[in-house]
Design a protein around this ligand. Structure first.
Ligand SMILES: *[C@@H]1O[C@H](CO)[C@@H](O)[C@H](O)[C@H]1NC(C)=O
Ligand SMILES: *[C@@H]1O[C@H](CO)[C@@H](O)[C@H](O)[C@H]1NC(C)=O
Ligand SMILES: *[C@@H]1O[C@H](CO)[C@@H](O)[C@H](O)[C@H]1NC(C)=O
Ligand SMILES: *[C@@H]1O[C@H](CO)[C@@H](O)[C@H](O)[C@H]1NC(C)=O
Ligand SMILES: *[C@@H]1O[C@H](CO)[C@@H](O)[C@H](O)[C@H]1NC(C)=O
Ligand SMILES: *[C@@H]1O[C@H](CO)[C@@H](O)[C@H](O)[C@H]1NC(C)=O
Ligand SMILES: [Mg+2]
Length: 450
């Protein structure tokens, strides 16, 4: 019995022991699992928090960067107050202070990384290349390749060492503007980019000279094409496209740029055409140079294009740009220069039964439909409204011109143009007769005014 019991208890104890070790092992396993989970959790939390803080840090940096950009963008040369150029200079100066801490760290990595392919070893902190004076002197054959006289100084055509052709605008050298402020202004101008603006591609400040380097526009100015170029006649289609291009350029300045940029000197001489005959707006955004353009009146702008409301109130608004654009539209329609009593003709014509038909540029009479010209003239009249508030926004003007173009496309397909064959020659001679009459009336009125 004993044996039995012994025998029976032994295995029992044994199995008990076995059970114990099994349990112990299971406890160990459970511990390991718990430890594993704990460690896993801990590692997970660490990684998660690293990711979290990393993202936060990155966002903060991005935000700071955006702030820096906003801050420097908000000091773009706004030209709200015509006379008071001191506002412009303080804006430019303050931005040069705010930018020097925050902007440079953003710019530098750009240059060492993906901007390293830049051919120009003089690439500057303003984000666009700084050209060496020597290259420009050579490219302009010692400043002999003059293209024209801009509002701020002569403009030269230059062929740079790499072969690219550019236009170099030499600014008046007796400027009080320091080099640093000039660079600030350049970097602000370089931010304005649009396919209907003549974009700044570089600058040069050396030997007391300050120059702005622009893309070269091979077909010259609209003024030249309308009044001087005998070989190249702008068709109605060309003119409509030019009107649309200009309005898109102004739309970007007024509505796309933050804060808005008012051009203040829109005129056909400041509309340039590239080799595809696409129009771009030039001479925008320069603030300091106004000082030298002021002459004695202090008013900025060009006779014949200035909004009369600006002259009387000294308050230059986007609607003053819209006014100047209205004048350019009538130049496109009539090819009469504002310096040659354009508005007299327009006002006389608007009183006659045939309206704008009488003053249509005869050189394009064979390519235009009177209906479309009348529609464009209607837009131009709205731009010239005496009360700035009642003038359309430039965005509305663009839409209206697009509408004319769309209708035109439909009409051209149906081949129902207004002037055809015999009609055309009769129309041209009629217009010419009426223009002689108008010229007589305008000169009479002028004499009365004297
Ligand atoms: C220009 O603005 C300043 C204040 O910013 C003012 O003191 C000064 O009289 C203004 N000058 C003119 C010509 O309006
Ligand atoms: C900012 O500009 C001032 C004066 O030009 C200069 O003394 C200062 O060192 C500049 N700070 C930085 C961070 O570049
Ligand atoms: C940038 O280019 C120059 C030569 O043009 C080279 O010496 C330099 O190592 C480059 N730097 C980087 C960061 O690629
Ligand atoms: C460039 O022209 C200036 C005068 O306009 C003259 O003094 C200078 O020597 C010329 N330089 C070269 C390299 O021809
Ligand atoms: C001017 O534009 C016309 C039309 O696109 C083009 O045929 C001509 O080559 C251009 N002229 C120059 C000098 O670029
Ligand atoms: C200038 O015109 C704008 C827009 O019409 C107006 O908000 C602003 O008060 C005017 N400023 C002055 C000084 O008349
Ligand atoms: Mg100009």
């Amino acid at each position: 019995m004993y044996n039995y019991s012994d025998q029976s208890t032994f295995p029992a104890r044994c199995s008990c022991l076995l059970f114990l070790t099994k349990a112990q092992r299971m406890v160990h396993k459970a511990d390991l699992v718990i430890i594993g989970i704990t460690v896993g959790l801990a590692v997970g939390i660490v990684i998660a928090s690293l990711v979290f803080f990393g993202i936060r840090w990155y966002k903060k940096r991005a935000h700071l960067r955006r702030c820096a950009n906003d801050r420097s963008a908000s000091t773009l040369p706004i030209r709200r107050n015509g006379l008071n150029t001191s506002i412009d200079s303080s804006a430019s100066f303050s931005s040069s202070v705010t930018m020097n801490g925050s902007d440079q760290p953003v710019q530098k990595p750009q240059h060492s990384w993906w901007n390293n392919h830049s051919k120009d070893p003089f690439a500057s902190a303003s984000g666009i290349p700084r050209y060496p004076y020597k290259d420009i002197q050579k490219g302009t054959q010692n400043f002999t390749t003059i293209l024209g006289q801009g509002s701020f100084g002569p403009v030269y055509k230059a062929t740079m060492p790499a072969g690219e052709v550019v236009a170099v605008k030499v600014l008046a050298s007796d400027s009080k503007q320091g080099e640093r402020e000039f660079q600030t202004e350049v970097s602000l101008l370089a931010r304005l980019h649009h396919r209907n603006l003549v974009n700044l591609v570089g600058y040069c400040v050396e030997k007391g000279q300050r120059m702005l380097v622009y893309e070269y526009m091979s077909n010259g100015s609209l003024e030249n094409l309308l009044y001087n170029d005998e070989k190249q006649v702008l068709t109605w289609e060309d003119r409509l496209q030019i009107a649309l291009d200009i309005s898109h350029g102004i739309e970007y300045l007024h509505d796309g740029a933050v804060p808005p940029v008012i051009h203040r000197d829109l005129k056909s001489a400041n509309i340039l055409l590239d080799r595809f005959m696409r129009a771009k707006v030039a001479d925008f955004g320069l603030s300091k140079e106004e000082v030298f353009d002021g002459h004695n009146s202090g008013l900025k702008g060009t006779y014949g294009y200035i909004d009369p409301v600006y002259i009387s109130t000294n308050n230059f608004t986007t609607k003053s740009d819209v006014y100047s654009f209205g004048i350019i539209l009538f130049e496109l329609i009539t090819a009469i220069h504002p310096h040659q009593n354009l508005m007299e003709y327009v006002n006389l014509a608007s009183m006659s039964p045939d309206g704008v038909d009488e003053i249509i540029d005869t050189k394009m009479a064979d390519t235009c439909s009177t209906e479309e010209v009348r529609n464009l003239a209607k837009i131009a009249h709205r731009c010239l409204h005496k009360i700035p508030r009642k003038r359309p926004l430039i965005g509305e003007v663009s839409q209206a011109i697009v509408k004319i173009k769309q209708q035109r496309r439909r009409l051209v397909k149906e081949d129902t143009m207004s002037f055809i064959g015999d009609d055309l020659s009769r129309a041209v001679s009629r217009i010419e007769c009426q223009q002689v009459e108008l010229r007589r009336l305008a000169s009479m009125e002028e004499r009365q005014n004297e």
